[in-house]
Design a protein. Structure first.
Length: 87
């Protein structure tokens, strides 16, 4: 309504326009903050999953080495297993 409000209401109309603009800016700030929080929580989840994945890789490697030492896997079988996993 902008110009019509100013024309009809003068300073009051200007103040109403300013209040509307301030409200719009507040809504935009709120939306940006919500998106930033979502991004940060996703980043945290990705970081946790990467750490968990690394721990699982270490466990699998330790398990395979233990099984190889006990004679359950031959070195060739371990090599084949690693090649399959890398694909």
């Amino acid at each position: 309504m902008g110009w019509a409000r100013t024309l009809l209401l003068g300073d009051i109309g200007n103040r109403l326009d300013i209040a509307d603009t301030e409200q719009d800016i507040g809504e935009i700030r709120h939306e940006l903050a919500a998106q930033r929080n979502l991004d940060e929580s996703q980043d945290d989840a990705i970081r946790r999953l990467q750490e968990e994945n690394q721990q699982l890789e270490i466990c699998v490697a330790a398990l395979v080495k233990t099984l190889q030492r006990k004679g359950v896997f031959t070195p060739q079988e371990v090599s084949n297993l690693v090649r399959l996993i890398d694909q």
